[in-house]
Structure formats: C-alpha cells, structure tokens
Design a protein around this ligand. Sequence first.
Ligand code: DAK
Length: 261
Amino acid sequence: MEFIQYEVNGAVGKITIAREKALNALNSTVLEELDATLDQVNLDEVRCLILTGAGEKSFVAGADIGEMSTLTKAEGEAFGKKGNDVFRKLEVFPIPVIAAINGFALGGGCEIAMSCDIRICSENAVFGQPEVGLGITPGFGGTQRLARLVGAGMAKQMIYTARNIKADEAFRIGLVNAVYPIEELMPAAEKMAASIAKNAPIAVRNCKKAINDGLEVDMDQAIVIEEKLFGDCFETEDQRYGMAFFLDKNKEKVKEPFKNK
Ligand code: DAK
C-alpha cells in the first residue's frame, strides 16, 4: 500500500496513516487503503487496534484540500461517501480502536479520531473543525460526533468559530482521555491496547456494541440491547473459564489467555 502501514504485535494491530509530506491528509487513496486494511484485520488474532499518523507533527490534517478543490458536486458526494463509509466502519468495527493522536487533528482528522472508541493525544496535538472557513460543513460526521462527545454547546462553538484548540483544552472538554509527551504517546497506546486485548474478546466486543447501539436509542430500548449482549456471553468458553478461575480457591494458579471462543 502507498499510504497505510499495518503491523501486528501479539493481539494488537497498529494502523499508521503515512502521508507525511501532506501532514497525513486524507485523499481518496488513503481512504481506499484504510478501508482495505480494515477488511484485512484478522479478528481471530487481533483484539484491539491503534490508529495513528506518521511523524511527530500531524495525526491527520484533514481531508485533502487540493483534491477536494476541483471536485464537482457528484464527485464531492462520492468522496464524502468514501470517507463516511470508512469512518463508520471504524466506529462499528468489532474490536476497540484507540486513536493515538500525534499532532494536528483538523477537519477530517478530528472526525476520524472521533470515530474511534478512545482518544489519547500528545502535548503538541491540535484539534479543530475548520470547515466553515473553507466554505463547507464538517462532512465526515463532525457535526454529529463532536456534539455527542463534548456536548452541543461546545461543539457549536468549535464548529461555528472554526477555532483550533490545543491538547489541554481537548482534555478539559472530554475530547481526549489523556495527554502525553510525544515520546510517551505510543507506549501508552500500546499499554492500553494490551490491557484491553488481555480481556475476554467476546465480552469486550459486546461491550462496544452495547455502548454504541445503546447510545442511539432511549434507555428502555438500551437496556434490552444490553441484556441481549450480556446473555450472549454465556456458554462461551471464555465466560466459563473466567468465572471458574475466579471461583477456584487455588491462588497458585496462573490465569490463561482467553481463547476468543
Ligand atoms: N490537504 C492537503 N494538503 C495539506 C493539508 C490538507 N488538509 N494540510 C496540510 N497539507 C500540506 C500543505 O499543503 C503542505 O504541502 P506542501 O506545500 O509542502 O506541498 C504540507 O502539508 C505541510 O503543510 P504546511 O506547510 O501548511 O504546514 P504548517 O506547519 O505551516 O501548517 C497546518 C500546518 C495543519 C496548520 C496547515 O497545513 C493547515 O492549516 N492545513 C489545513 C488544515 C485544514 O483546514 N484541514 C481541514 C480540511 S477540510 C466531505 C467530508 C469531509 C470533508 C470534506 C467533505 N464530504 C462529505 C463531501 C472534510 C473536510 C476537511 O477535512
């Protein structure tokens, strides 16, 4: 692939958007390659993904403005669909995805981070939705996901003013969970991913689905979704093993890895 690197270390997969010369901006090829990479993830082996950008300056500086500048309405629509499809694929991807935001996360960059389950960033990270300054609305889910994450008032302020915010403010408003010096970001992401990957995979996946699907509906329906996904864990090998291990009074016993069964 030209712009996407994918590596697997144990049960953790790392996807790097590697188009450093353009600050990892998303052009059609990046979106297509990202889509194909997600399709290739071996879910029997990988239990958590990390998404990051190449270099130490930018996570993703948005959709590619050069490519977008000459699009017709129909081409703009097709480009938007390509982005939306892959962002949604990330959001509903069966396993958790951690965005390790290593610099600029502007426009589509902020939006792709918001499609991930968890966001952590480096101290030099900058977030923003600058679209109204370019004559467009945030088009990869920004108007929807930002409001859900930080509340409508703060999302409206960021989007209407197109003002960028720094890592500390992103942390304060709940857009990211933690901020690290740049050299500590990837180790922190890997540590978090490993701590997710060691838990029972079916249960973790069901938690993701329960949270995502439950947020779309009212509480009465959400509880039914949770019940179903809770019940779904029973009779799995991992549920039987996890509970039997707890009940076993032999404290010398070492917990075995979950089998994803
Ligand atoms: N697109 C293309 N190239 C970009 C880019 C981008 N978004 N951001 C940076 N680059 C390129 C620059 O053109 C420059 O290329 P060369 O001149 O070296 O060839 C190189 O990366 C380095 O950038 P700078 O020289 O500008 O670096 P600085 O450190 O001076 O500034 C910056 C960094 C991040 C502040 C600045 O590059 C910047 O403001 N970049 C643009 C950020 C931005 O506005 N991003 C939002 C893009 S709009 C849609 C759905 C979604 C979207 C659109 C439609 N539909 C549903 C249809 C999404 C829209 C967006 O994301």
